[in-house]
Design a protein. Structure first.
Length: 267
């Protein structure tokens, strides 16, 4: 079967393309770098010709509030229209567990707009909502980093990251490794459309601040993690359930400690 993976050069896209090709499918890894752009429409009709399934694992190049909303709206509209013209039988998209509870965040308003366009399109679809990737913990730490105090000495005399603190909520989180997300995406891609949402989460629950502290300690990052109930997660205040899946998610196998031990080994 012919499958087009939009965002096929990204973190999940690369892994997904490999899995689908290994299963014997004809896969187009689509991204601006390969001349297929869902914002401008460049290369889209030609890429989709004869495709049975389109998988959208693209992400906005900017996380600025209005840019991310514009990205997911424009990309979603262009892609769904091109799929209707090409007669694509299944649209699969990757979204985030809790998207509808995180709408104080510009990023999640963008993801919500993407999901709403899909559901309203009348096209057969499956949305896989995943929890946060282990691989994204560095990005979460970065987004929550602030100066710890006013530096008394010249910052240049300190190792990088010292004098900075990461402010995070202690909300529960059930993260997952990107390889397990790619496995679940491959499974959903090759299955029938559910015309709804499937949730995916890792096998263990942590406190967000503790998880990031463990990650930074393991990577010898000197930043302190400060537990702060008012700290916002990409603009959204969290309660204990904000990032958790519902009662019956698919559970991915890989445990955080096993991934961390592997990730710490020199390349
Ligand atoms: N991070 C998390 O914890 C998490 C959790 C749940 C769900 N998700 C979702 O997972 C999805 C994939 O994330 P990721 O980390 O794999 O993304 P990523 O590594 O940042 O890759 C983004 C991909 O989007 C492509 N892209 C950007 N602009 C495009 C355009 N105009 N047309 C077509 N493709 C375009 C990029 O292509 P180029 O390489 O050519 O620029 C790249 O292939 C996102 O939608 C995100 O919301 C993430």
């Amino acid at each position: 079967m012919k499958i087009v993976v939009i965002g096929g050069s990204g973190l999940i896209g690369t892994k997904l393309v490999g899995r689908l090709r290994a299963s014997g499918h004809e896969v187009v890894a689509a991204s601006p770098a390969s001349g297929i752009n869902t914002i401008t429409g460049e290369g889209l009709a030609a890429a989709l010709a004869g495709a049975q399934v389109v998988v959208d694992v693209a992400n906005s190049p900017s996380f600025e509030d209005s840019a991310v909303l514009e990205f997911f709206r424009t990309s979603g509209r262009n892609l769904l229209a091109a799929e209707a013209a090409a007669g694509v039988a299944h649209h699969v998209a990757l979204s985030v567990v809790g998207t509808d509870r995180l709408l104080e965040s510009g990023y999640f308003r963008g993801k919500m707009a993407q999901e709403e366009l899909i559901a309203a399109s009348g096209r057969p679809y499956t949305i896989l909502r995943s929890t946060q990737f282990f691989d994204f913990l560095g990005g979460i730490a970065q987004s929550a980093t602030k100066p710890a105090t006013k530096p008394a000495t010249k910052p240049a005399t300190r190792p990088e990251g010292q004098g900075m603190a990461v402010h995070l909520s202690s909300a529960s989180i059930q993260p997952v490794v990107s390889d397990d997300v790619a496995d679940a995406m491959a499974d959903v891609t090759l299955g029938a459309p559910v015309n709804g949402i499937v949730e995916l989460a890792g096998p263990e629950t942590f406190r967000l601040d503790e998880l990031v502290r463990r990650f930074l300690d393991a990577t010898q990052d000197p930043r302190q993690v400060v537990a702060d109930p008012q700290a916002r997660y990409f603009g959204a205040l969290l309660d204990d359930a904000s990032l958790l899946p519902g009662p019956a998610p698919r559970l991915a196998p890989t445990r955080f400690g096993d991934w961390l031990a592997h990730a710490r080994q020199p390349a």
